[in-house]
Design a protein around this ligand. Structure first.
Ligand SMILES: [Zn+2]
Length: 346
């Protein structure tokens, strides 16, 4: 049976303006707003006075469990932020079985559209839980006020559909797809179309017009919802580009703006696949999404080391089979990649 998009249940999403001010009118009192300390000065005035606030300090599951003890009196959770606040709000709401309302403050990642929360166990990310928000509120005013690079970075969690599908097809050709995730052309095609729509709407996205925001949301929500709907299958939504990002994080110990590092992975991964690299680079340039290593606080030396160790990394981490398992990263590949990226952003 071909996979059909209309069979997926998406979380309700409301687009609008000035939505935080309405919280009082529909969220039960004793609400806890889960947010980041640096966002509070921006949003404090927009929230009802009765709302209590919690600043995310940790993603460690054991520490979050301790925090839960303080929330026995809370009747609803409101997530307000990028990935972390959204994930912690999910976690609390799941653990205490209380309603959840999500207000993403940027389009930086697809976290808000997924059921599970990305928490840490001894610093290793684990996706756990089952949170279905009553609604996700995409407030044009809030999105507009976020740093541009955060919003545009969301394209990383969309363009990754391309390299994800390339990897999945590659594994299928070699007969190396995981048994639980056989290649499914209908699923791959939907991902492909979502990424293609974004690629063909670069100026709308760059200017974050309402249409541009809707196109991004439509693709990002596909990432979250279809992961679940396809039986917790990630193969049509991510691949080598995320693996390069995870490896770079492990290699350098640094924190990255998700989309920026994923898009560096997109370019390197598409070069490994020898598919569409120029087109993707041009798109990133048009979006002014700089992926040169020093724009994210690392060097080419870090990137080269990461790439040289990539094969071992994907093997060790038991990541889904793809180009990274076989590709030999040579010095000439690396200097070619550097040349391409540097000259594109010159
Ligand atoms: Zn991602």
């Amino acid at each position: 049976m071909p996979f059909q998009e209309n069979n997926i249940t998406h979380f309700p999403i409301i687009f609008g303006r000035n939505l935080l001010a309405e919280l009082d009118g529909f969220v039960l009192p004793k609400m806890l707003v889960v947010t980041m300390e640096d966002l509070w000065p921006i949003f404090e005035k927009m929230l009802p006075r009765s709302a209590e606030v919690y600043f995310v300090k940790t993603l460690e599951r054991s520490e979050l469990e301790t925090e839960l003890l303080k929330f026995g009196h809370i009747s609803s959770f409101v997530g307000l932020g990028g990935g972390q606040a959204i994930d912690v709000a999910k976690y609390f709401s799941w653990r205490l079985t209380k309603p959840l309302f999500q207000f993403p403050t940027s389009l930086s990642v697809d976290a808000v559209f997924g059921h599970r929360a990305g928490v840490r166990k001894k610093s290793i990310v684990r996706y756990v839980g089952w949170a279905i928000p009553q609604s996700i509120y995409i407030d044009y005013g809030i999105i507009d006020a976020a740093p541009r690079l955060l919003n545009i970075g969301g394209i990383g969690d969309i363009f990754c559909f391309y390299t994800g599908v390339m990897d999945w097809k590659y594994a299928a050709t070699l007969g190396k797809c995981e048994k639980r995730w056989p290649y499914d052309e209908s699923l791959a095609q939907i991902s492909f179309k979502k990424a293609e729509t974004a690629l063909n709407s670069l100026s709308e996205i760059k200017n974050l017009t309402p249409r541009g925001i809707e196109i991004m949301v439509d693709a990002l929500k596909w990432g979250g919802a279809s992961y679940h709907a396809a039986g917790w299958n990630p193969r049509h939504i991510e691949g080598v580009e995320h693996f390069i990002f995870y490896a770079l994080e492990a290699q350098t110990g640094k924190k990255f703006l998700h989309g920026q590092a994923v898009c560096l992975g997109l370019i390197l991964g598409s070069m490994m696949h020898q598919q569409r690299t120029e087109e993707f680079l041009e798109a990133l340039v048009q979006l002014c999404l700089d992926i040169r290593p020093y724009s994210m606080g690392v060097s080419w030396k870090d990137v080269n080391l990461t790439m040289k160790n990539l094969r071992e990394f994907v093997h060790r981490e038991n990541l889904p089979y793809g180009i990274a398992n076989d590709f030999e990263v040579t010095d000439s590949f690396l200097s070619h990649a550097r040349e391409k990226v540097e000259s594109a952003f010159e």
